[in-house]
Design a protein around this ligand. Structure first.
Ligand code: ADP
Ligand code: MG
Length: 357
């Protein structure tokens, strides 16, 4: 049985539907992420799981029990916020002890558990410090320790790494994965950052305007997005309108408006005459000087329109001979070299026939 079962939950603010008939089931031990752009309803959904807000319709079950009527402090749930929400006048140890004191635990047990919690976030000697004596990353760890000290069945995390700089964020991401694995607590994690969701999660629910667009494992969300919104929101992608002119089990022949004939891998349920989009990720696109490349399937001439160097990789925007644009990404394996192609270079782009979606 699922630990958390969200069934057809809707929440309206006057005539605006912030969460629209959402159903999600989270298994015990899972690292589950709600991913979507700002304003899509992530925090509203999290607040209802925590009990700070109630659905207009639908049910939220924990361990099979309907949570309607159970106040937040009686739910086996804790929330960690982006802003840490530490009490500034209390020491780290007192901050972490707070939920245990509220629950009326004995002094000795509180002491032991606070010590364990500090160990688990690798701050064993920080108990006597005050929040203003900590770095951003350390504050965030204390907030995690406080969230975990009561041994909740479910830890809700609302953009907890949003305030950290990129390098620290990556460190904390790795720590979060390890912490969740070690403690086995079920996480419902909220983020608008797709790279973070892909890196951390066992499964992701992609949200848009209050609805869930797709629930899947990270690699499936990335490689097999169910619709245009998911494809576009997760990572970079080039999309072109296409019609299926031949549908065989092993391959599809597509008539792509901007390209002409393209071969793609066969896909269940796709028939001759269907229309849709052909979508291709930049790292799947090969790019070469026109003269170097033998004529392959799915090979199209164009010229380099622009490029973007970001250190590890360079993205080339290629204008195809009929005016469409496609992005290609190349790793910068040669030190000191930012690009292999210049703007205006005549190039060919191609991709494996199983790359298109
Ligand atoms: P997210 O966390 O994904 O950024 P939120 O859940 O905070 O999104 O908000 C979803 C939508 O609901 C937004 O348009 C927001 O303005 C609206 N909203 C959230 N809380 C309230 C509220 N208490 N009253 C009115 N509108 C709200
Ligand atoms: Mg939010």
């Amino acid at each position: 049985m699922a630990l958390l079962e969200i069934r057809n939950v809707t929440r309206r603010f006057s005539n605006y539907t912030a969460v629209d008939n959402v159903s999600i089931s989270v298994k015990a031990g899972e690292f589950f992420t709600l991913l979507g752009p700002s304003g899509c309803g992530k925090t509203t959904l999290l607040r209802m799981i925590a009990g700070f807000d109630l659905p207009d319709s639908g049910q939220i079950l924990l361990d099979g029990n309907d949570m309607v009527g159970t106040p937040p402090e009686k739910r086996p749930v804790h929330t960690v916020f982006q802003t840490y929400a530490l009490f500034p006048h209390m020491t780290v140890a007192d901050n972490i002890a707070f939920p245990l004191k509220m629950a009326g635990k004995a002094t000795q047990e509180i002491k032991t558990r606070v010590g364990e919690a500090l160990e688990s976030v690798r701050l064993p000697s920080f108990g006597n410090r005050f929040p203003h004596e900590l770095s951003g990353g350390q504050k965030q760890r204390v907030a995690f320790a406080r969230g975990l000290v009561n041994r909740p069945r479910l830890l809700l995390l609302d953009e907890p790494l949003g305030a950290l700089d990129a390098k620290l964020r990556e460190e904390m991401q790795i720590e979060l994965i390890n912490l969740q694995k070690e403690l086995g607590v079920t996480f419902v994690f909220v983020t608008h950052a797709q790279d973070e969701a892909l890196a951390l999660s066992h499964r992701i629910a992609v949200m848009n305007h209050g609805i869930v667009e797709q629930i899947d494992e990270p690699s499936r969300i990335y490689s097999f997005p169910r619709n245009r919104f998911v494809a576009d929101f997760i990572g970079k992608i080039s999309m072109m309108s296409a019609q299926v002119v031949e549908a065989a089990p092993s391959h599809l022949k597509l008539d792509v408006k901007e390209l002409g004939e393209v071969t793609a891998v066969g896909k269940a349920g796709v028939k001759t005459g269907d229309t849709g989009v052909m979508a291709i990720r930049p790292e799947q696109v090969r790019i070469s000087h026109l003269s170097d490349e033998p004529r392959l399937k799915n090979h199209f001439p164009g010229k380099v329109h622009d490029f973007l160097y970001v250190g590890d990789v360079t993205t080339y925007i290629v204008e195809l001979s009929n005016g469409a644009y496609i992005e290609a990404l190349l790793p910068n394996s040669a030190p000191g070299r930012a690009k292999f192609f210049e703007v205006g270079d005549q190039v060919g782009v191609s991709w494996r026939h199983d790359a298109g979606i």
